[in-house]
Design a protein around this ligand. Structure first.
Ligand SMILES: *[C@@H]1O[C@H](CO)[C@@H](O)[C@H](O)[C@H]1NC(C)=O
Ligand SMILES: *[C@@H]1O[C@H](CO)[C@@H](O)[C@H](O)[C@H]1NC(C)=O
Ligand SMILES: *[C@@H]1O[C@H](CO)[C@@H](O)[C@H](O)[C@H]1NC(C)=O
Length: 340
């Protein structure tokens, strides 16, 4: 079986990759410069570099994909730069392309990270097309499977999208109180919850009862603090997958990976402070118009929506707030010089 062979090969590569191996070339022709090394401040608890189970480290899960790699790089750099204990951060990259991990390691040779291979095939059959093609990528659904993808010794993980920049210490985000819930995410109770599901969902009496007795609010799944133990015990992955299976039989929502999360968790999560999700900077899902910051403090900028700062910068038509992303861009420009 050829599939078994490639699966084995991928597993071997995954095991070796965090040693700084760079035998695989990136398919892409983007070149990234090396980021500086960041050091712990004296007050940080000492954790051996190869300890990936310490409960004092901060574990961050991110997906790596070809089109968003430049965003991932900027997100990692901004996280390290504003952390008081950067050496205590453990990154867990989830990708179907091991070569991307090598690209990351070339820019961050000191990064403490593991690569977890995500096989897209099981989820592919569960994806129904949405309003924006980028939302249909199997990797968008990797967040459903974090508790099974990550080592069982981990009890908590932060999940971050690739289109974010942190400007404060990620430890503060990780310290979000979970209040006994399986996850915390930024909730927006003013958003009209009705629009996330189709009329056929709401008009079906047994389905619309899903939210009965719950104060269901929209929340963003791009910035989440997850209690992996509660998630595993609660069997939440199975519950999400069940909704995705129903969606294949009758269309109950239009967006990509978000609605099954809302179905399972809305009204039953802890809240991430909105400073950790200054969202919508990518504009709407259709045109990607420029947006302004929301009132209040800023610890994390999130270019959710269609427009991405790197694409707008390259096209020569950046939005004003894209200037806040640019300092973290590690891309080396071919026509001489690095944008700073
Ligand atoms: C790679 O280089 C080719 C030729 O210069 C260019 O057309 C293409 O857009 C580049 N790809 C990326 C992803 O930058
Ligand atoms: C880590 O685990 C140890 C031993 O189980 C416990 O004493 C300690 O309080 C934990 N620390 C944190 C930050 O949770
Ligand atoms: C929410 O959206 C639905 C469907 O578009 C609409 O019928 C309803 O009036 C809206 N509710 C509010 C409070 O705006």
């Amino acid at each position: 079986m050829p599939n078994l062979h490639s699966a084995l090969l991928i597993l071997l590569l995954a095991a070796a990759a965090c040693g700084g191996l760079s035998v695989l070339a990136d398919d892409d022709n983007e070149t990234f410069k090396e980021a500086p090394k960041f050091y712990n401040s004296p007050a940080c608890p000492p954790i051996p570099p190869d300890d990936f189970c310490s409960n004092e480290s901060i574990n961050i899960a991110m997906t790596l994909d070809l089109h968003y790699l430049r965003g991932s790089m900027a997100a990692i750099l901004s996280t390290l730069q504003h952390s008081s204990c950067p050496e205590n951060i453990r990154f867990h990259f989830i990708s179907s392309l091991p070569s991307l991990h090598n690209t990351i390691l070339q820019s961050f040779p000191y990064l403490r990270c593991h690569l977890h291979i995500f096989a897209p095939s099981p989820v592919q059959g569960l994806i129904s097309t949405s309003i924006r093609q980028a939302l249909d990528s199997p990797l968008n659904y990797a967040r459903n499977y974090l508790p099974t993808l990550l080592p069982t010794c981990l009890t908590k993980v932060l999940y971050l999208d690739s289109d974010v920049i942190l400007v404060d210490d990620v430890a503060d985000l990780a310290a979000t109180p979970l209040l006994g819930k399986p996850l915390a995410a930024p909730e927006y109770c003013n958003a009209n919850f009705t629009i996330y599901f189709t009329p056929s969902f709401w008009s079906n009496p047994s389905l619309s009862l899903t939210f009965a007795g719950r104060k269901a609010c929209y929340f963003n799944t791009g910035v989440m603090v997850i209690d992996l133990v509660r998630w595993r015990v609660g069997g939440y992955t199975t519950r999400i997958v069940e909704w995705m299976e129903l969606q294949k039989r009758m269309r109950i929502y239009e967006l990509g990976s978000l609605p099954p999360f809302l179905l399972v968790f809305a009204g039953e999560i802890a809240s991430v402070d909105h400073r950790w999700n200054q969202h919508g900077l990518g504009g709407d899902n259709y045109r990607g118009l420029c947006r302004d910051l929301h009132p209040g403090p800023v610890s994390l900028l999130h270019w959710s929506g269609k427009g991405k700062p790197w694409a707008r910068i390259d096209s020569g038509r950046p939005c004003p707030l894209d200037a806040l992303w640019a300092p973290y861009d590690l891309l080396v420009r071919e026509n001489g010089g690095i944008e700073s």
